[in-house]
Design a protein around this ligand. Structure first.
Ligand code: MSP
Length: 470
């Protein structure tokens, strides 16, 4: 059985989940369910990023002990992932004792590429990132994402010698050995890599206490990204366990805003450890509200639970996997969401299932459906991580079945007593629907299971519509 490992970015737990966080999980889940459908064994990591200044400061502001604060928020993320019906197999918290211990061992293994030096430069706590002079100049000293002035730092900390691996990383990205999707981001990352200096990988304890202690140096804690990126392998037990069964990951899902960490620091860490690079890094776009960034200050943040509680998890997954482009920035608006729900889920799919099940059951048709097999075009799109396009393809098939019913008019065959023709026609329509349903199952697992159930043995139309109209 082929083994495949899939990962998601671990969100900072400095608040509750918002709809932007859903994308990593939904994309990775489709990928995991697809490979399971092919019969592969899949390990699927999720987790939470719990260290760093951003979280520490937020807890302080709220006057809550920081461990208590991260415990509370982590539960909210776990609930959220469960509500999204995400089929993860492993969950890692960066405050887990095991993670901390393994992370320190990783540091020790990278030690020969790490040196102590003075850092004189800038930092953005919102981004949890060291900022170059060039960026500070370009942005006139203010972080465009967080609207806060960059902090000036003058401190002694450890540096990771990225320069030891630059050439190897460049070659891997350029040749596609480490595939970065979409392609235009690959060029962007190659440019960034060229400009990348060695990176600071620790902070003095006097500046930050909430982090993984640097081994053999009481005065420093690890930079949060070193700790966070390690999660992808500590969750498999590295370096105490042999992870070669699972590593390298076939796909790592991240947002475009954090691709730089995954395309530069992460490969350098892996090469320093003597591990292979992941096969693919899939970087998705941002979810916007009416073309604008979602932010509490603008008041346009959409609570994902509000959507799921009203319309159900599959309606949420439907919108996020089909109408949110897999790679580009896309909009969420209630109007677009409700239109897609009523016209596509309720009309195209819900009505089709209802109509077909009613025709089969009313005419007491005996179904004899041949074994299903996956369509090559669908497989090709799924394996290129073109999930939204694969979903469009599924939808064309659904609309095709609806057209076929209208053309073949099985109700007329029934009325004219053409039983043999009617049986043939309905069997073929149900076969097409079940084939589509198999392709649909990684996207809408709950709905696909219901459809399978409806057409198993004694066909009964669903008592309530699959997607009640609003
Ligand atoms: N903690 C880091 C990730 C460490 S991975 C080793 C982080 N956390 S985050 O909470 O800011 O973001 C988590 C994920 O959610 C990232 O992939 C990020 O791109 C994604 N999104 C956060 N807001 C988003 C949108 N509005 N739209 C789409 N995805 C976005 O970065």
């Amino acid at each position: 059985m082929t083994k495949r490992y899939i990962t998601t970015a671990i969100p900072y737990v400095n608040g509750k989940p918002h709809i932007g966080h859903a994308l990593d999980y939904c994309l990775a889940d489709v990928c995991a369910r697809y490979y399971r459908l092919l019969g592969d064994e899949v390990r699927f990591q999720a987790g939470t990023d719990e260290h760093g200044n951003k979280i520490f400061q937020k807890a302080k502001e709220l006057n809550i002990p920081v461990q208590e604060y991260v415990d509370e928020n982590t539960e909210k993320f776990k609930d959220f992932i469960a509500k999204l019906n995400i089929s993860y197999t492993d969950f890692v918290r960066t405050t887990d004792e095991t993670h901390v211990k393994l992370c320190q061992k990783i540091w020790e293994r990278l030690r020969e590429h790490i040196y102590l030096a003075k850092y004189e430069g800038w930092y953005c706590t919102g981004c949890e990132r060291f900022i170059t002079d060039k960026e500070v100049e370009e942005n006139h000293g203010i972080c465009p994402d967080h609207q806060k002035p960059y902090e000036k730092l003058e401190e002694e900390n450890y540096y990771f010698r990225i320069s030891d691996f630059k050439e190897q990383i460049r070659e891997a990205i350029f040749s596609g050995e480490l595939l970065i999707l979409p392609d235009f981001r690959k060029k962007e990352m190659l440019r960034l890599l060229e400009e990348s200096p060695d990176v600071s990988v620790s902070r003095p304890k006097s500046q930050l206490t909430w982090g993984v202690p640097v081994p053999n140096d009481d005065s420093q804690v690890m930079y949060v990204w070193i700790d966070a990126l390690s999660n992808y392998i500590t969750v498999l037990g590295y370096p105490e366990k042999d992870i070669s069964e699972w590593w390298p990951a076939i796909a790592q899902f991240v947002g475009k805003d954090i691709l730089r960490f995954h395309a530069i620091i992460w490969p350098a860490m892996l090469l320093g450890l003597g591990l292979s690079l992941p096969k693919v890094i899939v970087s998705h776009g941002m979810i916007l509200a009416d073309g604008q960034k979602m932010a509490k200050s603008i008041g346009n943040v959409v609570d994902p639970l509000e959507v799921i509680n009203k319309y159900g998890v599959d309606a949420f997954r439907y919108y996020f996997l089909r109408h949110i482009d897999t790679f580009a920035d896309s909009d969420f608006t209630w109007t677009k969401f409700e239109d897609a729900y009523n016209n596509e889920l309720a009309n195209d799919l819900g009505n089709l299932v209802q109509r077909l099940a009613t025709l089969v059951s009313k005419n007491q048709i005996i179904l004899n459906v041949p074994e299903l097999s996956l369509d090559d075009k669908y497989k090709a799109l799924m394996e290129k991580y073109e999930f939204a396009r694969a979903f469009d393809y599924i939808w064309e098939k659904i609309q095709g079945i609806n057209r076929k019913i209208d053309e073949e008019k099985p109700w007329s065959l029934a009325k004219n007593g053409e039983t043999e023709e009617l049986t043939k026609c309905l069997n073929s329509l149900v076969y097409e629907l079940l084939s589509v349903n198999q392709m649909l199952s990684p996207f809408l697992p709950e709905t696909a299971a219901k459809i399978t159930e409806i057409f198993a043995d004694e066909v009964q139309p669903p008592a309530a519509p699959l997607f009640p109209k609003y």
